[in-house]
Design a protein around this ligand. Structure first.
Ligand SMILES: *Cc1c(COP(=O)(O)O)cnc(C)c1O
Length: 364
């Protein structure tokens, strides 16, 4: 089976092997040395000189961490959302008592930075902005650089869900002035699920000092205190650390510019490939993501049937649509440990699978 979903993503053999090692004491010397190696490399990949913490959590936990560490109940927050994950970010903030202004954008289109400017002008009391860099549910990459420059102009906190973009699509955390940026190990990092990584800017630390939302497990103060001892506050997912210790050097060896170029190429290949089958993209092409491609199910064809046939008869696991997009789209994940020929395989197999789902591929 090949896994072509936007997380979990496949891991290199070397990474899988690393995880079969015996456990070690997470308060011992060996773990501490591994923590030093991993943290330094994560900072390079985040393009930040600020703090980067490793949480034992899925991505959503790190979204919660970004909120509870910087905000207080009653704080006004602006949510910019164009999909399922943007909506989730807003909901988490609401659950912890933030007063959220939800500015929603049509699914399949990008967030309009000018709308952020307008919303921030309209309510100077807003303290923080929540934004999704790459909206995995619709296959859209938002112009985070443009959003960030507006948020900086208004001097607000910028919290970023970069779960399906960091390590794949350029996101210079310090240069753009992003305050908390979060991502998950099972997306672009070539390791299994279980860890999340968060960067924390100086401005975020200032906000943290007075932030009163309830938190214990996620508390950045504790994370920082323990990082000074090269540890995590709580027992970490040690096996995933082993995996990261192998995967991060592979990423740095390839180099960020090459990683970004490879994802751009894979994204283009996936889009051109589905279009060559007569299919249409769900996302507006100019903002289509280089880590996940959302494809409209052809008229009269159930998207679920396509993913079932691909899995059962062609050995390729694709994602369906989430929420209201269930059955209407399917998604091809192309992030992390993926090559050109693997995307060619997806398109070739789709060519065989689609007619079985009732779609006639047009002749060119
Ligand atoms: C996968 C994903 C999440 C959720 O991550 P979990 O690891 O499932 O908690 C959140 N946001 C985006 C953009 C994602 O791609």
């Amino acid at each position: 089976m090949s896994l072509r979903i936007p997380g979990p993503t496949p891991c290199p053999e070397k990474v899988l092997h690393a995880m079969s090692k015996q456990m070690i004491n997470h308060r011992g010397k060996e773990f501490g040395e591994m923590m030093v190696r991993i943290t330094a490399k994560l900072k390079d990949l985040f393009q930040t000189k600020g703090d980067v913490f490793i949480l034992t959590s899925s991505g959503t936990g790190s979204m919660e961490a970004s909120i509870v560490n910087t905000l207080s109940p009653g704080d006004k927050v602006l949510s910019l959302s164009n999909g399922v994950f943007g909506d989730r970010y807003a909901t988490i903030a609401e659950q912890f008592g933030a007063v959220v202004t939800r500015v929603k954008f049509e699914w399949g289109k990008a967030i309009e930075p000018a709308a952020a400017d307008k919303a921030l002008k309209a309510d100077p009391g807003i303290k923080a902005v929540l934004v999704t860099h790459n909206e995995t549910s619709t296959g859209v990459t938002n112009d985070l650089g443009a959003v960030a420059s507006i948020v900086r102009k208004h001097d607000k906190l910028l919290l970023v869900d970069a779960i399906s973009s960091l390590g794949c699509i350029d996101l210079p955390v310090d240069k753009w002035g992003c305050d908390v940026v979060v991502t998950g190990s099972q997306k672009g990092w070539m390791v299994p699920p279980g860890l999340a990584f968060v960067s924390v800017s100086e401005r975020a630390w200032q906000a943290h000092k007075t932030a009163k939302m309830p938190r214990f497990y996620w508390d950045f103060t504790r994370a920082k205190e323990f990082l000074q001892k090269n540890q995590t506050p709580w027992t970490p997912a040690v096996s995933i650390f082993y995996a990261l210790d192998i995967a991060l050097p592979l990423m740095l060896e390839e180099g960020l510019p090459n990683i970004f170029a490879r994802h751009a190429r894979l994204g283009r290949k996936a889009r051109e490939g589905v279009k060559s089958l007569g299919l249409t993209l769900y996302a507006e092409e100019k903002v289509a993501s280089d880590t996940v491609t959302a494809v409209n199910a052809p008229p009269g064809v159930d998207g679920k049937k396509i993913t079932e046939i691909m899995r059962d008869e062609h050995g390729i696991v694709l994602s369906g649509g989430q929420s209201t997009l269930a059955g209407k789209i399917f998604r091809i994940g192309h992030l992390g440990f993926v090559t050109d020929s693997e995307i060619d395989d997806v398109i070739r197999e789709l060519r065989h699978a689609l007619p079985k789902a009732g779609y006639k591929i047009p002749h060119k």
